[in-house]
Design a protein around this ligand. Structure first.
Ligand SMILES: Cc1cc2nc3c(=O)[nH]c(=O)nc-3n(C[C@H](O)[C@H](O)[C@H](O)COP(=O)(O)O)c2cc1C
Length: 279
């Protein structure tokens, strides 16, 4: 059976995109048919609502950064509205900053299975922590590196081989229950929404803001309207691309304090800080 490979991903800081591109290149080396959908390009998530099942079976590669122990809500929402797959399969993959992958992979795989996209493999790829852009030694600095991406290529090879025998391809979802129970329980109560609620709302300093609109341009979820200063809506995912891009430094950000907090979480996490593939 010849599957059409659809790679869908969200990647504010670019590492999930790098993994998606690595998957694409390897699939092309296998002469597979490939389509890419980047949900972080403005308007794409709304425009590219998942298409109805086509004649060709689909292998959906779906990638998200881990945010607060889960996939980014925009990615889960995208899966949520996916029409049921027919002879389709899926490979969820996440990038993570060396704290924990939480429940992101089992949750994505479970949702896909419910949509009749049979999970055939999965991956968690270690990647520099996107919230630590302003410090010299961010967690997982230098990742994904060549060895991480080689594991991704190997995973593609395995998936392509398995799809030739789809009846034998299903991933044992127990493999994704790798977190110790205490960490699983902790991840269950964490969420981006809860993290946002516990922080002061993101707002530009009106004394510094020149209303240039760059923050709105770089926002991958179209959460910002500049009128006359940035107004940030509920859809904000705290990726802080606006904070990094602002030429005036108008969004207050204490990178050192953030780094201390994140390092503390990473130290108390028992998850091994490595890339892992599951099949
Ligand atoms: C708001 C936010 C929350 C994050 N939460 C986690 C987390 O729970 N665990 C973790 O290991 N990394 C976490 N990270 C780091 C990202 O998962 C990691 O840097 C990812 O590779 C970013 O993907 P991107 O480069 O495609 O945007 C978080 C980053 C941000 C911005």
């Amino acid at each position: 059976m010849n599957h059409m490979h659809r790679i869908v991903y969200f990647s504010p800081a670019g590492t999930t995109r790098l993994v998606a591109e690595t998957i694409r290149e390897r699939l092309l080396e296998h002469r597979c048919q490939v389509e890419m959908i980047n949900l972080s390009v403005q308007g794409t998530a709304a425009r590219q609502s998942p298409s109805s099942p086509a004649d060709t079976p689909v292998c959906l590669w779906i990638g998200s950064p881990v945010y607060c122990d889960h996939a980014v809500p925009l990615v889960s929402d995208w899966i949520e509205v996916l029409p049921p797959g027919q002879d389709s399969c899926a490979v969820p993959f996440v990038t993570w900053g060396g704290v924990t992958t939480g429940l992101a992979l089992p949750e994505m795989a479970g949702m896909l299975a419910e949509k009749q996209y049979v999970p055939v493999a999965a991956a968690k790829i270690l990647a520099v922590h996107a919230s630590m852009w302003g410090v010299d030694e961010p967690l997982a600095k230098g990742h994904p590196d060549t060895a991480d991406l080689d594991q991704v290529r190997e995973l593609v090879d395995v998936v392509v081989k398995r799809l030739a025998h789809p009846e034998r391809a299903a991933l044992d979802l127990k493999l994704l229950d790798y977190l110790p129970p205490a960490m699983r329980a902790e991840a269950q109560i964490k969420s981006l929404a809860a993290a946002k609620a516990s922080m002061p709302p993101l707002a530009a300093d009106e004394q510094l803001c020149t209303s240039c609109g760059i923050c709105a341009e770089v926002c991958p979820v179209e959460a910002i309207v500049v009128d006359p200063y940035p107004i940030i809506s509920e859809t904000c995912v705290m990726c802080k691309q606006c904070v990094q891009a602002c030429p005036e430094g108008a969004f207050p950000s204490n990178q050192e304090a953030m780094a201390v907090r994140i390092r503390g979480m990473a130290d108390s996490s028992q998850e091994e800080k490595v890339t892992a593939v599951f099949y």
